[in-house]
Ligand binder design. Structure first.
Ligand code: MG
Length: 454
């Protein structure tokens, strides 16, 4: 059975993969998955075709007997928060997150506000492929799709209620916001204003052809990063298209990867807010989190790569301090279990207000690692063989084998894992010393070449 769902929802190029027929069939399958009469909240980010996609989705859900509410333009975490807190049975978010502008997609949200899990996705895929749709009698169609315009306001107020507004306001922070011409502009600047901060927004008009590529990586944020010191900001925040990620830029213009920000936030939660619990993250995150938080007796739970699995694991276990992905997705369970760009920003400002130091100073305390990321094209079977070879080669080190293999040593770590979505072997290396990182890459490279010649 062909998989429709990737790591996070269904994605495709609008008009090529996401055709009107495909969208209608997928939405009917989603509608059939939820019980008849369920209340479903539909939202979208700003991408070419999304308004049309939304109409097809909403119409199809009505045909399958659901009560449909339309949140309009909204970040994914705002929609998820409304589903969880406003008594909805589920939600549908139309977004391709960080993908290039020609893409859109669909995320299906369960009643707890988290994207549905892998087993639930499989049920929808089965309905799709077997065309097992529930189409109800015309007498039972809900009257109309009802507008539900409060989603962003509810989210903004909820984020602000979770932090010390007075303490943050006293500092009068200046914050550069780059929402990539997308829906983050509807919430993050307002959160900042309520926290007494001055938002300086760039790429702030909604545009289906964004001026900045939607994925907030250091390469894509070169121009944004320059503007943080230029406008004398205390920090900068860059979101992806649906604003569940927040990548932070310090006041000097350096872009910090999400796992470094997560370490700062976890420290803040434990030391300043007196919160307790474990930290949940994917194996692709840096082990600096273990090193930096060891003195605080905070345990790290390593999981498969993918934010949805992290969110579900935290919800099931009930013992999480926080969760995160290295790409800038930070999850704060007292607000919600999912990645949440607005909450991340507010918590970080609270930390900065508590410490009364510059943000670059806070980052500078973290250990510095030299990073190499690379990939090899190969079949999944070959990739699995190489994973076994790496286990053998590094058998005397600590190995985490939950997703590929992660070798953790005192001064370095190496992750070798087959990609979840493409025929690739992904390799990530971090070492305190550049020469050590390069030697490790040579060792992995040799294992790959040997395996390919067999
Ligand atoms: Mg996203």
């Amino acid at each position: 059975m062909r998989k429709l769902f990737g790591t996070d929802g269904v994605r495709g190029i609008v008009g090529k993969e996401l055709t009107p027929l495909f969208i209608a069939r997928l939405a009917l399958a989603i509608g059939s998955y939820f019980g008849e009469g369920s209340r479903i909240l539909v939202g979208m980010d700003y991408r070419g075709g999304n308004e049309a996609i939304k109409k097809i989705v909403e119409g199809s859900l009505v045909f399958s007997g659901l009560k449909v509410y339309d949140a309009g333009l909204t970040p994914t975490p705002a929609l998820q928060h409304a589903v969880k807190t406003q008594g909805f049975d589920g939600g549908v978010m139309i977004t391709a997150s960080h993908n290039p502008p020609e893409y859109s997609g669909i995320k299906v949200i369960g009643p707890h506000g988290i994207e549905i899990d892998r087993d639930e996705e499989r049920i929808i895929e089965e309905y799709f492929h077997e065309e097992k749709y529930r189409i109800v009698d015309w007498r039972n169609y809900s009257e109309d799709v009802q507008r539900y315009p409060l989603v962003n306001e509810i989210y903004i107020n909820s984020v602000v209620s979770k932090v010390d507004v007075e303490r943050i306001s006293k500092r009068g922070f200046r914050v550069l916001v780059d929402p990539a011409n997308n829906v983050g502009v509807l919430t993050t600047p307002k959160i900042l204003r309520k926290l007494g901060a001055k938002p300086i927004v760039i790429n702030g008009n909604l545009d289906t052809q964004p001026y900045r590529y939607p994925e907030p990586t250091p390469e894509n944020l070169i121009d944004t990063a320059r503007l943080v010191p230029f406008y004398r900001c205390d920090l900068g925040v860059a979101h992806d298209g649906d604003a569940d990620r927040a990548i932070i830029i310090d006041e000097k213009g350096e872009v910090h990867w999400g796992d470094r920000t997560a370490v700062l936030l976890a420290k803040h939660l434990v030391l300043n807010r007196g919160e307790k619990g474990k930290i949940y993250t994917g194996v692709s995150s840096s082990t600096i989190i273990e090193e930096a938080l060891k003195p605080l007796n905070t345990e790290v739970v390593w999981l498969k790569v993918g934010s949805v699995d992290i969110a579900h694991a935290m919800r099931k276990a009930g013992d999480a301090l926080c969760g995160f992905e290295e790409n800038g997705g930070f999850m704060y369970p007292p607000h919600q279990f999912v990645r949440d760009g607005g909450m991340t920003t507010a918590l970080l400002l609270e930390y900065l207000a508590t410490e009364a130091r510059s943000i670059s100073d806070l980052y500078s305390e973290l250990p510095r690692y030299f990073t190499i990321k690379t990939k090899y094209k190969m079949s999944r079977d070959k990739a699995s063989i190489i994973v076994e070879k790496v286990k053998e080669e590094f058998r005397n080190e600590r190995l985490i084998t939950i997703d590929g293999v992660k070798v953790v040593s005192r001064d370095y770590w190496v992750l070798v894992r087959p990609s979840g979505t493409e025929p690739l072997l992904r390799v990530m290396i971090e070492a305190k010393d550049e020469a050590v990182a390069k030697q490790l890459l040579e060792r992995i490279d040799k294992l790959v070449k040997e395996a390919m010649n067999q």
